[in-house]
Ligand binder design. Sequence first.
Ligand code: PMP
Length: 379
Amino acid sequence: MELFFTMKYTLLTPGPTPVPQEILDLMAEPVLHHRTPEFAQILNGIFDDLKYVFQTQSAEVFVLSGSGTAALEAAVVNFFSPGDEAAVVSIGAFGDRWAAMAKTYGLNVTVFKEPLGEAAKPEKIRNYLRSHAKAKGVFVTHAETSTATVNSIRDIARIVQEFQALFLVDAVSSLAGEELRQDDWGLDVVCSASQKGLMCPPGVALLSASTRAMECLASSKIPKFYLDLKEYRKSKSIPETPFTPPVSLLVGLAQALKIIRKDTVEWRWEQQARLAQWTRSACQERLGAELFSQSPANVLTAFSLGRDLPEGFSSTSRILTYLRDHYKITIADGQGELKGKIFRIAHMGAITQQDIENGLSALVEICGNRGHRPIQSAH
Ligand code: PMP
């Protein structure tokens, strides 16, 4: 039997995303030792290029082994202590998860919620923070991947600054895809990961922390070992990582960041916005889809079929299994209460318009042409 991963297939999922061949080729080179001048040079390049991608000059960037959740956890365990008040703005599964994580470490968490598919309204956050003025940190998801909704981080940042709390942003799915400017917007902590907009396999977590956040390191009383940023900070002067890093992934990440820097991050944001706009129209016109989000993100689109499901399919999950089995295309299902109800098609990282066209054409073949127009090319 042919192995699934040796066949030609297309990932249209919001992580992992497809990895360009030139990055795959570099990662297949013989493994470097991590305590060598060659590797130190790669790490130096990564730190430098990451600061560019986070749009910061003053923050300290960290490269951790693990998925995006490791960066979110590092943000909780390094800058807070049990009993600290944390205000979590949640518009979906990933906001809820950050709240659950902060509770696990003993923070005194309150959650501000909006209905699924809606972004957080900055004015409502102001009112909410007025009644939680002692919050030491405000946690917000940039692009909520479970509902394909983007929060206006720039506007929320202005409000958080009125309250002097640390502002922590989950940019796991948005980095290099949605506009984000750490220094200009005054973001204290930004977390991300390798497997989405950065076009690499999963396994590297990224964190960028302002001077103000770093000042909280020494007083944090949460026990930690593997994710202790004090240890990472000590090794950064060489530069090294305190533990064995995923060397080959970092070789790939170094190249991906160079590509992004050469394109410029602004170009990437614009490119994503165009692709997102095209995808939303194509879903509506070709599939008669209803978009799920009121504030759609530029890195992925969530939609339902808007009418009865095609005969023989009891949920969107069944359609997605059929799509994967027969077309070798993977599109994501809804999460939690949205499972079986929506499709989530990613257009982040190296995903091209042609990839999305192929995915939508396959869905049209399976579901029948429910829209009113054939797919239109953006060119
Ligand atoms: N936050 C967001 C917004 C995400 O999209 C994801 C991954 N889908 C995570 C957190 C969790 O990241 P990981 O699965 O890499 O741990």
